[in-house]
Design a protein around this ligand. Sequence first.
Ligand code: ZN
Length: 210
Amino acid sequence: MTINNKPETEEYQLGEETLSTSHIQEEITTCTVHEQGSKRGKPLLVSSDGFRYNVKKKQNNSVLWTCSSRSVTVPCYATVIQKGNDFVRGASDHKNYPEVSLNQKISIYMQVKTKANENVYESTTAIAKTARQDHIQLNEPGLLKTETLARIANRKRAKFRQANPSDLNFVLDQDFLNCQDFLVADISQNNARHLIFATAEQLQLLGNTR
Ligand SMILES: [Zn+2]
């Protein structure tokens, strides 16, 4: 974290609390912005000391981030002011506890979510395992279990997947499947439905056999 000891600006007012950048932190803290890191896909700032922040206000080249711990029981007024690539902590101390390995955790989440959407047919367990291997250097049990991550990936996919058919009268959405010529026959007979799929190449091969 870069320490700027600038006088506080009038534009940053948060309720009754006045923000001050005069608070100097001894240890070096780095901040990472995950553009879609929040649970709702909004920007998330993660500090290396284990805190997450949401955007409170954007102004020109400045962003005011407030600690995501805003519960009624433990309201935290800790802030970070971002100016370009400089991040400066506000005066208020955190009321909540830091989270262990937070940056790693968010990086793994982000990778799982992105890959689940990009590779729709890849096993979510495989995606989860790779993400853990990519971000966890040491054997850190309990950081994020593969099964938990696989569930997150499945939930992410469920949003844009078709629902499973409940009876035989479902509509086969070929636009969604992105394979207009793959279905060659759709026959309903005697309470049964027969869907025949083939590629043009497969039909040609079949036509050439004797
Ligand atoms: Zn806090």
